[in-house]
Design a protein around this ligand. Structure first.
Ligand SMILES: [Zn+2]
Length: 297
């Protein structure tokens, strides 16, 4: 009796975890929605990081590609925008919700990214304490850069600039120089606390520096594609920068006062910042990220 009960519990938990995995990977209901940013630039939203697309006489250039199972839907969305073929994929960083489609799109287009993106996609990575195997060769960027690179495409300069130790150690912000559009990758979570991958070289200080640099180098009417969230304005980015600066200054002061993470979590953040906790990262998670990043200084 006891044995069969144990077996039942074990079998049920296996079924539950399979169900969990399937629900995690069920992309059948995901729809790819295209939003027009300018005459020839679009933002695609499905599941995972926002995709940026340039269409025109030279063909298609895409920034990030979400998850591999979504590739046929992304391909169909691109076909609706242009009859041209996909020539380049630029990756803003290595995370799977931005590079999962590389293994499909890399077979017929050229992937461009910071050198650390290739390094991380081609080797085993520790993700939240668990080992993750290298991605297939087709998924690896074939053109890499250290500080910046420009693709001259569809009549304009599309410039990828590296920002060190921000969301990861391989972040690129992509400037459509003539069109006045910027894809920020995960250096910008619009209206929500960001995830910072400290395990992969990210830091809150680097993130603040990156966002500050973008603010100082774009015109007031720039259109900003965030890694996650809706198409944004410069004012949205400034509000995000203020939140990053003020919440990190607060936690820095508490650390200087000798407070532990537990105390800092118990004290919480002032009410004005609660509205940022509606995304992937709640208030506790954000305080923990700030604490861990600032402790490393
Ligand atoms: Zn990311």
């Amino acid at each position: 009796m006891k044995k069969s009960l144990i077996f039942f519990v074990a079998a049920a938990s296996v079924l539950l975890s399979i169900g969990f995995l399937l629900s995690q990977q069920d992309f059948s209901k995901v729809q790819i929605k295209a939003r027009k940013v300018t005459d020839n630039i679009y933002m695609l939203q499905g599941s995972g990081g926002n995709i940026g697309v340039s269409v025109g006489p030279d063909g298609i250039l895409m920034i990030d590609d979400q998850y591999a199972p979504l590739a046929p839907k992304i391909e169909a969305a691109l076909k609706d925008l242009s009859s041209g073929s996909l020539k380049y994929v630029l990756n803003t960083h290595f995370h799977g919700d931005h590079t999962g489609g590389n293994e499909v799109f890399g077979k017929s287009s050229t992937i461009v990214a910071h050198a650390n993106v290739r390094k991380r996609l081609s080797t085993e990575q520790m993700r939240r304490g668990q080992p993750a195997p290298p991605k297939p060769r087709e998924a690896w960027p074939v053109i890499t850069f250290d500080t910046s690179i420009s693709v001259h495409f569809n009549g304009e300069e599309i410039r990828a600039m590296h920002y060190p130790q921000a969301h990861t150690d391989g972040d690129a912000v992509i400037y459509f120089v003539n069109s006045n559009v910027v894809h920020m990758g995960d250096t910008f979570f619009a209206g929500i606390f960001p995830y910072i991958d400290i395990e992969s070289g990210g830091s809150v200080q680097g993130l603040i520096a990156a966002v500050g640099h973008v603010i100082e180098n774009v015109p007031a009417d720039v259109k900003l594609i965030p890694g996650h969230g809706e198409l944004s304005t410069l004012d949205d980015l400034k509000a995000y920068h203020d939140m990053l600066q003020q919440t990190s200054a607060l936690v820095e002061q508490k650390i200087a006062d000798g407070k532990t993470l537990e105390t800092i979590k118990a004290e919480g953040l002032p009410g004005q910042w609660q509205v940022w906790a509606n995304g992937f990262i709640n208030e506790e998670g954000w305080l923990e990220a700030l604490y861990n990043s600032l402790q490393k200084m």
